[in-house]
Design a protein around this ligand. Structure first.
Ligand code: NDP
Length: 449
């Protein structure tokens, strides 16, 4: 077994029963293998093994009382993955399926994503196996307070700064921040995604979805195309999806499909601003299934369950924005057969390993989430800066900052393709290599921690 194969095998052995984590590690490893084999220093310093081992994992019991006065028990987590570039930074996910494999894959991805932003951000990820669906606001508040009552010891503006992810939006961030402030008696930027009235940054809610579309604009411009009139599919209907759709509409693209965990909507006439406002109300205020969209708009059809997926709808561009492993090989083949030209990931790791191989054998240009969805953490990084300065920047300024950062990530990927003679438009390998190099250099410089 070569030294390099041995590294990968030992990472798998050390982390049994963690398929999502193995998948994320393997994807990055395949990209950087040529660099590792040429750079004995990285092998000697065991840089990759260190990157694949979280600096710290905190798991804890979260007990809270529901509206029926019953005690409920959940498990809370924070994975502090890599602090070489700055304080740990990454979102919190509240979802019943959450486990350490998912959190470690997310935290691992975050390491490279945060490095790509060019901001001083380390990487972390956390959350709980709590299901916020069908819970009252009071129950969500009590859960968030109970989560923070334990987690606050590990969190702080120079230590670890959580944000939102699946199941954690502005409401949850508010309760978590309020609890931290109460426990510590300090108003500090200990969490991002706050409301603009109480320490948040303009454009944070929009940043991941808008940044994703900016990245797609730069990818298409590279091959002489634009988003105008392109038929688009966007999975999910949460934070990232809603603002991806909004920006696509501003770019005059036509969004014909979106989804949630119950099924998907195919709206042949396309989503417009009015329909998007209805969708936002349905998901954010009423917290209901997207089925209600098809009841309201006659041009739309709702498909329940998973027999057919939205990726079989003919389209030019696909933006997976729901969750991990939501596209398999068949979905990519369907997109390719129907003439799709672009897949850009709003979600983290939405393509299975086989789906990525299928993309590589197609004419579709593809951007991995660690490059394309980095806009959210980038604006979070700038929320931290504003909190430390005690000054707030305008929405216009934030829009410019987001564009500049997404453009910078795109340029970094293009430069890396040239530097390492990668295939044209090989954003997957370029993003992995560019992120890895930054973190590796910082780790080597700081010694054997
Ligand atoms: P939200 O909770 O706001 O929305 C998630 C959406 O995905 C909902 O429509 C949800 O449906 C759907 N969904 C969740 N799980 C599944 C599933 N197993 N099958 C089908 N649909 C599912 O989360 P976000 O929009 O914040 O996050 C979406 C993705 O983007 C995640 O992968 C996240 O890690 C990633 N991301 C988020 C960032 C952010 O700033 N928020 C930053 C970078 C990446 P339902 O409404 O029925 O639950």
């Amino acid at each position: 077994m070569s030294k390099i194969d041995y590294v990968l095998a030992s990472i798998k052995d050390r982390n049994p029963g963690e398929p999502e984590f193995h998948q994320a590690v393997l994807e990055v490893f395949e990209s950087i293998e040529p660099i590792l084999s040429k750079n004995e220093k990285y092998l000697e310093e065991k840089v990759f093994e260190r990157m694949a081992e979280p600096e710290r994992i905190i798991t804890f019991r979260v007990c809270w009382t529901d509206d029926k006065n019953q005690i409920q028990v959940n498990r809370g987590y924070r994975v502090q993955m890599n602090g070489a570039m700055g304080p740990y930074k990454g979102g919190l996910r509240f979802h019943p399926s959450l486990n350490l494999s998912i959190l470690k894959f997310l935290a691992f991805e975050q390491t490279f994503k945060n490095a790509l932003t060019g901001l001083p951000l380390g990487a972390g990820k956390g959350g709980a196996d709590f299901n916020p669906k069908h819970k009252s606001d009071r129950e969500i508040m009590r859960f968030c307070q109970a989560w923070m009552l334990e987690a606050y010891r590990h969190i702080g503006h120079f230590t670890d700064i959580p944000a939102g992810d699946i199941g954690v939006g502005e409401k949850e961030i508010g309760y978590l921040f309020g609890a931290f402030k109460k426990i510590k008696n300090e108003f500090q930027g200990s969490i991002t995604g706050k409301g603009p009235l109480w320490g948040g940054s303009f454009l944070r809610p929009e940043a991941t979805g808008y940044g994703l579309v900016h990245f797609a604009e730069y990818m298409l411009a590279e091959v002489g195309k634009s988003l105008e009139d392109k038929v688009c599919l966007v999975s999910g209907s949460g934070n990232v999806s809603q603002f991806a759709i909004e920006k696509l509409l501003q770019d005059k693209a036509k969004v014909v499909a979106f989804s949630d965990s119950t099924g998907f909507i195919h709206d042949e006439e396309g989503v417009d601003e009015k329909k998007l406002a209805f969708l936002k109300e349905l998901k954010n205020e009423k917290r209901e299934s997207i089925a209600g969209y098809a009841e309201k708009f006659k041009s739309a059809k709702y498909y329940e369950g998973s027999e057919k997926t939205l990726w079989s709808i003919p389209a030019d561009c696909a933006f997976p924005c729901a969750t991990q492993n939501e596209l398999d090989e068949k979905d990519v083949k369907d997109l390719s057969k129907n003439g799709a030209i672009l897949i850009a990931e709003g979600a983290n790791m939405p393509l299975t390993d086989a789906a990525i191989k299928a993309v590589q054998n197609s004419n579709i240009i593809y951007a991995p989430g660690k490059a394309a969805n980095a806009g959210g953490v980038a604006i979070s990084g700038l929320e931290m800066t504003q909190n430390r300065l005690g000054r707030y920047w305008s929405r216009t300024r934030m829009e410019t900052e987001l564009r500049v950062i997404m453009q910078g990530i795109h340029e970094n990927c293009q430069d890396t393709m040239k530097k390492y003679s990668l295939d044209e438009q090989d954003y997957l390998n370029a993003a992995n290599i560019a992120g890895f190099e930054r973190v590796a250099k910082a780790m080597v410089a700081q010694g054997s921690w």
